[in-house]
Design a binder for this molecule. Structure first.
Ligand code: ADP
Length: 321
């Protein structure tokens, strides 16, 4: 609160922290004084945004109001909100971009189909349209899975889930893919049950996504191993290990981000796609896996070497809150 001649009368503790000693704070304090002066001059409320660089950069909104001859300035730290807003904007941009690529291809292919009298050509173009449509449908169903999983934290106290049973069902889900790719899947689980409180559908989706990747990024003749074990802390560990192309160390931190794909996986699948330009996966599988692990109070980690294979490890606690 400032008096009529611009002297500070009162500062609460939060404002003290934001506008106290320090370089960034000096910036906030300076802007606060300026806003107060503007309010006195204009005789009405004033609002201003302030971006303060530094690590991490912070964003503030300052609101000045006339108050019985004095001036009240409210400083709001909007950093968390701005970060969320950036994530949202990136997400919308990514989704639009991912949708536009196959839609553009379908449009070109449909024009070609319309102008192509030869039955052979028509057949080939129709097949390419089909595979772009499949890609769109994968993308949309992954997005729906992700939003469902992000919205629903599993029920605590529901019936315990038999993890080895879930892993066996996940192996069944990718059986068709693994046969076609000639990649064998071995499942190892302990004799006694590994049961955990959790959401069966979410856990199935996580393990299926890991298996789907392990098969996709392996070469014919290689094999994938799924292991379910008890963890010493009373929880469980699910490991999916492959001998496939591996992940470059520079990408390891990023593969769990939405839409992130390594260059190599883009190249690997571009050859088989119509026109040779469409990248293979959607880049959403591992973000689904990470969300499911976190929903259960657990974690997921990866160890990988290029050309030697990857091991993904989901660790789940015995109980979660
Ligand atoms: P995608 O649908 O592209 O597979 P994911 O989110 O499941 O998306 O994976 C992100 C990226 O991580 C993949 O594009 C691929 O580059 C890499 N990746 C994931 N799993 C494996 C694996 N088992 N082996 C090698 N690379 C992998």
């Amino acid at each position: 609160v400032f008096d009529a001649s611009g002297h500070r009368l009162y500062v609460n503790r939060a404002a003290e922290r934001m506008a106290g000693p320090g370089i960034r704070q000096a910036l906030v304090a300076g802007a606060t004084t300026e806003v107060a002066a503007e309010v006195r001059h204009a005789g009405r409320a004033v609002s201003r945004q302030l971006e303060a660089s530094g690590r991490p950069p912070r964003s503030f909104v300052l609101e000045g109001h006339p108050l019985d001859g004095q001036t009240l300035v409210i400083i709001r730290d909007m950093t968390g909100f701005s970060q969320l807003e950036n994530v949202r904007r990136d997400f919308v941009a990514n989704v639009s971009h991912e949708l536009r690529t196959p839609i553009g291809a379908i449009s070109v292919l449909a024009d070609a189909l319309a102008g192509s009298p030869a039955a052979d050509d028509a057949q080939r173009l129709a097949q390419r349209i089909r595979s772009e449509v499949d890609r769109l449908s994968d993308l949309v169903s992954n997005l729906l899975d992700l939003s469902r999983i992000e919205a629903l934290r599993p029920e605590i106290g529901g019936p315990p889930v038999d993890l080895a049973g879930v892993a066996a069902e996940a192996v069944d889900c990718v059986r068709h893919l693994s046969r076609n790719a000639n990649v064998a899947i071995e499942l190892e689980s302990p004799a006694e049950d590994v049961r955990l409180p959790g959401d069966r559908a979410q856990l199935l989706s996580a393990i299926t996504n890991l298996l789907d990747n392990a098969v996709k990024y392996s070469d014919p003749g290689q094999s994938v191993r799924v292991t379910v074990t008890h963890s010493p802390a009373g929880g469980a560990v699910v490991e999916v290990a492959d001998q496939g192309i591996g992940i470059p160390s520079r990408d390891l931190d990023r593969v769990f981000e939405r839409f992130y794909r390594t260059d190599r996986s883009r190249r690997r699948y571009s050859a088989g796609s119509p026109g040779g330009t469409t990248p293979g996966g959607t880049g959403l599988g591992l973000s689904i896996v990470r969300t499911v692990a976190e929903n259960h109070g657990g974690t997921v980690h990866v160890e990988s070497r290029e050309g030697e294979g990857s091991t993904f490890r989901i660790e789940l606690p015995g109980s979660f809150t």
